[in-house]
Design a protein around this ligand. Sequence first.
Ligand code: ATP
Ligand code: MG
Length: 390
Amino acid sequence: MENIILIRYEEIFLKGLNRNLFENRLVKNIKRQLDGIGVIKVTRSQSRIYIESHDPGFDYEEAKERLKRVFGVASISPVVKVPVSYEAIKDAAVAIVGDLIKRKGYRTFKVEAKRGDKSFPMNSPQICADLGGVLLDRFTELRVNVHQPDFILYVEVRDYSYLYSEIIPMAKGLPTGTGGKATLLLSGGIDSPVAGWMIAKRGVELEAVYFHSYPYTSERARDKVVKLAEILSKWCMGIKLHIVPFTEIQLEINSKCPQDYLTIIMRRYMMKIAQRIAEKGGSLGLITGEAIGQVASQTMESMLVTNHAVTMPVYRPCVGMDKNEVIEIARRIETFETSILPYEDCCTVFVAKHPVTRPFLDKTLEYEKVLDEERLITEAVNQTEVVELL
Ligand code: ATP
Ligand code: MG
């Protein structure tokens, strides 16, 4: 029934002079996301984007599904577009409402009209009243209910007339590619994919780094992280995943540093290596899934010591969230089911019985001195494997 998709965006309005840049990027991302499902025409008019296809094979359902993963899209509506003529509006309204009654069993409605084209002879209240009357005459089972109708028929008279009944909320955020790039420390857990998604939502491109401790962590643990990166990449138009061999560093730390400081020193190495990789790839910050107090390595004291290992900003979007709040997002972005697959990650292999919860920075720096840091880091970076996900 609908022949076009209307796309709304919100926050981009706030961007003043940058607005054009944001809109252009959004259109580009939409085209890219819809690539391969039929020939489309994308037009911009009056702060909206319209997608039209005259391709009989064009799959509107698939298009709607894919648009859910385009940051910057606030909501969409499947729309019937007809000329600016009241006869055409009436015909379209009758067709849409007839379909809703038949398909969804709807019985109550109201009309909301907006006249953007002031040369149109009826004003908005007149369109509502008259069209409501036409529909009541035509469908005797129908009633008006202004407070809680089964559906609202929206009529907008602009450059064309647009009629629709559905407003589907979308991801919101800012278009990917408008916010620079950041490097996500991606483990196989629940938090880090969510953290990456939250930063990506702000228009930031992602690269990801995974520390792999083969054979202490299995190939399946690696596959799980690749899978998570793949799911994330559908939201942010591709991810470069760096898989860093971490076993030697862990063995070194394990054999040379005090047991209760193993985790914190290991985490500092992760940060340092991630920063090295981030700098090479042009990232402007690091992202982790840390939340205050979640585990011993995420107390305020531990985070101070971890953070001290790097100079880049570290973004921790989950920092103030409860686990359940993180899980809710993980489910929504479809990483949860993969995250809970039971393959151990490297942090569970080399854990001390009693990791320090309040590490001291001076002690940490002292304990670390026995390690040949430059060699360990350079070797790990040089042996890093890169997987490009699209
Ligand atoms: P997650 O659910 O994201 O794994 P977590 O609650 O298990 O987090 P930690 O294991 O302490 O917490 O890790 C804290 C953060 O450090 C993770 O969110 C992630 O950003 C990073 N991290 C931990 N392990 C790895 C790893 N093997 N590779 C890459 N990053 C890691
Ligand atoms: Mg983890």
